[in-house]
Write a protein that binds this ligand. Structure first.
Ligand code: DGL
Length: 278
């Protein structure tokens, strides 16, 4: 098996996000593809992306892709929904390696899950205003009605780790009350941070609503993409924390605390870089 694997297949996968949220995607890749090395970049100096313009998000994403290329990655996962919505298509045309985002996989699974053809999408303002989830969903099935809601306060609440706090519950109740009235049967958690509020959102929406976590489906799509491009690491590596390198643009200690609360192993070394140099 190992002789059939090219050197390029042994290279890491680059994963990036505006900050810590993309760790929910990295975590899924670690679970599903334990042989893949990962170089993760979190743009902690410039988070949030969700309230910024397309031009800015595109500029940031281009810089990050240039940085990841210096790490000789074999493929890139845009783990940030906002960057997937606003920068992925342009960047795909500019680079010569496989790249995927989180929006398409999330939209695909939502279409597969809905029975009553009423899907809710919650995400950042930039993602919702891009209409990308609605477009992908309706492209697959035009009979589906999509109900969208931006939930900007979820990001800082998750960053504070107020995952079970009554304040977060109050905010979630307000954000979700209109969606509840629309009788959706499927809800896309269209922002990296929202899967960490999964239990709370699930309790508010009730058992009849299926929650879609694009992170899970993205890891499935990445596995397929690597195999299709002969880039899968196969069985070469065994699962361990040393396979993963973490870079941030600021506040490495805070990133480390967050990462160690959600990853299945402890990380010690996080390197801070000046992303504006790329
Ligand atoms: N990572 C972003 C996303 O998934 C959320 C945080 C931000 O606004 O930058 O859309």
């Amino acid at each position: 098996m190992s002789e059939e694997i090219s050197n390029n297949a042994l290279a890491p996968v680059g994963v990036f996000d505006s900050g810590v949220g993309g760790l929910t995607v990295a975590r899924e890749i670690m679970r599903q593809l334990p042989n893949e090395k990962i170089v993760y970049f979190g743009d902690t100096a410039r988070v949030p992306y969700g309230s910024k313009s397309k031009d800015t998000i595109l500029r940031y994403s281009r810089q990050i892709v240039r940085f990841l290329k210096t790490k000789n990655v074999k493929a890139i996962v845009v783990a940030c929904n906002t960057a997937s919505a606003l920068a992925l298509e342009e960047i795909r045309d500019e680079i010569d390696m496989p790249i995927i985002g989180v929006v398409k996989p999330g939209a695909k699974v939502a279409v597969e899950k809905t029975i009553n053809k009423r899907i809710g999408v919650i995400a950042t303002e930039a993602t919702i205003n891009s209409h990308i989830y609605t477009d992908y969903i309706k492209n697959r099935d035009n009979d589906i009605t999509v109900f969208s809601k931006a939930c900007p306060l979820f990001v800082p609440l998750v960053e504070e780790m107020w995952l079970k706090d009554s304040v977060t519950e109050e905010v979630a109740g307000r954000y979700l009350e209109n969606l509840k009235e629309e009788h959706i049967d499927t809800l896309v958690l269209g922002c990296t941070h929202y899967p960490l509020l999964r239990n709370m959102i699930g309790n508010i929406m009730g058992e009849s609503v299926t929650l879609v976590n694009p992170a899970y489906e993205t890891a499935v799509s990445l596995g397929e993409l690597l195999v299709k491009n002969n880039l899968s690491a196969g069985n070469v590596y065994s699962y361990s924390g040393e396979m993963y390198d973490f870079y941030v643009s600021d506040a490495a200690e805070k990133f480390k605390r967050f990462a160690n609360s959600i990853l299945p192993f402890r990380i010690e070394n996080i390197s801070q870089i000046n992303i504006e140099e790329y």
